[in-house]
Design a protein around this ligand. Structure first.
Ligand code: BES
Ligand code: MN
Ligand code: ZN
Length: 521
């Protein structure tokens, strides 16, 4: 979808569908912004007639399709979309408006969709346009590559144009539009990976795509295959991946990493200088059958999404490169397929993680934490990050606690967690703080090894986080459990059923004002 921004009169544009957002003002009455009077005139008063009739109220969620005839309008259809209370417009209301416009345009097989941008305070205009573009591009995502017949498949709009009030800062607004487009496209990449069936996305294929993406956008990629994982003594990821014919991989993506200094004897010394990079770590279980502790078959198909954390890291790293963030960022993905077989790890096994800690496996379905143990330790020891965030579809318990409404956040650093929560709010990807207590850590002590991979029946999301905390040392760290938010069966204006790509926008919100030196202020 080609996205453009200009300040033409909206009805002068030959669009197949022109979206006109209308909000409510005093006493909840719909208000046609004076800026849109020109649209009303060009449609021979069709809009004021609709408002006057009471058929359209401007409430959020409402819409009305009009077919202007006889007027000057070059737009074939005009879609009034309710913005809700004008005083309370936020970024997500705008994402939804554009999502609705593209959704309706798709249904009507409209190729050119345009949006009349409501007049906004000058300082709010760029962020509003960014949100509109995000909503439009996210709404244009369809996972339909597996359908052989063209008909039946939706025809996506080919162009989205935004028309601003004349006299605004067109340059600045266009930059914001590009930013929104990049973010949404990277989020769509995360959704595509998460939606891809497991038979087409084993760990090696995820690694291949990460390499190809890195080459395209200018990241450095490093992939550890099984011999390399053995050399690094990554007993966790090797144990989980051992049950599958599709071997595991550790995938590393680097953005603007300062080159390590080489010491006198050619030995690599620690980081060059300054604070360490920001590290994001993703759970990449390309399919989670549960392994020997096999899952019930109902809904098991959804476990193709068990690499949604990895997908978020992939998308966010891509965005870091495309937006050319000024500081070093590293993405680490632990990719494995959790399958039952003659070579699978078993309940009762004790495995030694890269850090040297021993893990008693009580349930092979608690595999994500076992993989993350190695991914987190690798990130920490190879990069000495100033902060780490991991994203993982880790526990059904977190889904029970928060449902689809929020991602659970567990941390050893309140300040970092609060920043991430605030970034999530700005991105409309809700994050909710969850406890990580000493008691949770006690729950995963093992009789025969250092720790065990499941706690008791209680506080399953917190004991999983307690397990991870063993592998982050003193690094400021937040664990995001996206089990309830990584994919959805409850669609809305810019999100259809399937993968959400949650995390990409939040991470970029956090990183866009990242300053590691103020982390402990
Ligand atoms: N990938 C699952 C968690 C999950 C389940 C995410 C459903 C989204 C929807 C994870 O690997 C898992 O199986 N967790 C177990 C842990 C338990 C065995 C301690 C769970 O939550 O039941
Ligand atoms: Mn599992
Ligand atoms: Zn899993």
């Amino acid at each position: 979808m080609k996205v453009t921004v200009d300040s033409r009169v909206p009805t002068d544009v030959a669009a197949d569908l022109l979206a006109v957002p209308i909000g409510t003002a005093k006493r909840g009455k719909p208000r046609l912004s004076p800026r849109f009077a020109v649209i009303d005139r060009a449609t021979r008063g069709a809009i004021s007639a609709a408002l006057g009739s009471g058929d359209f109220s401007g409430k959020s969620g409402e819409s009305l399709l009009l077919y202007p005839s006889g007027g000057r309008s070059r737009a074939k259809r005009v879609l009034l979309i309710g913005l809700g209370d004008e005083a309370k417009i936020d970024a997500d209301a705008l994402r939804r408006i554009a999502g609705r416009a593209i959704g309706e345009g798709t249904q009507r097989r409209a190729n050119r969709v345009s949006i009349a941008v409501p007049s906004s305070p000058a300082d709010a205009l760029p962020s509003r346009v960014q949100a509109l573009v995000e909503g439009g591009v996210l709404s244009g995502y369809h996972f339909d590559g597996y359908r052989s017949k063209e008909d039946g498949a939706p025809r996506k709009p080919g162009a989205l144009s935004l028309h601003l009030e004349r006299g605004g800062d067109l340059r600045g607004t266009r930059a914001a539009a590009r930013r929104g487009e990049t973010l949404a496209e990277c989020q769509n990449e995360a959704r595509r990976l998460s939606d891809t069936p497991a038979n087409d996305l084993p760990p090696a294929e995820l690694a291949r795509q990460a390499r190809a993406m890195a080459r395209e956008v200018g990241l450095r990629a490093r992939v550890l295959d099984v011999p390399a994982l053995v050399r690094e003594k990554m007993g966790g990821i090797l144990a989980v991946g051992g049950g599958s014919a599709n071997p595991p991989r550790l995938i590393v993506l680097e953005h603007r990493l300062p080159q390590k200094k080489t010491g006198a004897k050619g030995k690599k010394t620690a980081r060059a200088s300054g604070p360490g990079p920001f590290c994001m770590v993703g759970k990449g279980i390309t399919f989670d059958s549960g392994g020997i502790s096999i899952k019930p078959s109902a809904g098991m198909d959804e476990m193709k999404h068990d690499m949604s954390g990895a997908a978020a890291v992939f998308g966010a790293m891509r965005a870091c490169a495309l937006l050319d963030l000024p500081h070093p960022v590293v993405g680490v993905i632990g990719a494995a397929e959790n399958m039952p077989s003659a070579t699978a790890y078993r309940p009762g096994d004790v495995v030694r993680a890269m850090s040297g800690k021993t893990i008693e496996v009580l349930n092979t379905d608690a595999e994500g934490r076992v993989v993350l143990a190695d991914a987190l330790h690798y990130a920490r020891t190879h990069y000495e990050p100033s902060a780490m965030v991991d994203l993982a579809t880790l526990t059904g318990a977190c889904m029970v606690a928060l449902g689809r409404w929020a991602t659970g956040a567990f941390t050893n650093h309140e300040n970092l967690a609060e920043r991430l929560r605030a970034a999530g709010d700005r991105a409309a990807e809700r994050i909710w703080p969850m406890p990580l207590l000493d008691g949770h850590k006690e729950e995963i002590r093992s009789q025969i090894a250092d720790i065990k991979n499941t706690g008791g029946r209680q506080a399953g999301a917190s004991t999983a986080a307690a397990f991870l905390s063993h592998f982050v040392g003193k690094t400021p760290w937040v664990h995001l459990d996206i089990a309830g938010t990584g994919w959805t069966s409850a669609p809305h204006a810019y999100q259809r059923k399937g993968a959400t790509g949650v995390g990409v926008r939040t991470l970029l919100e956090l990183l866009s004002e990242w300053d590691a030196t103020t982390l402990d202020d």
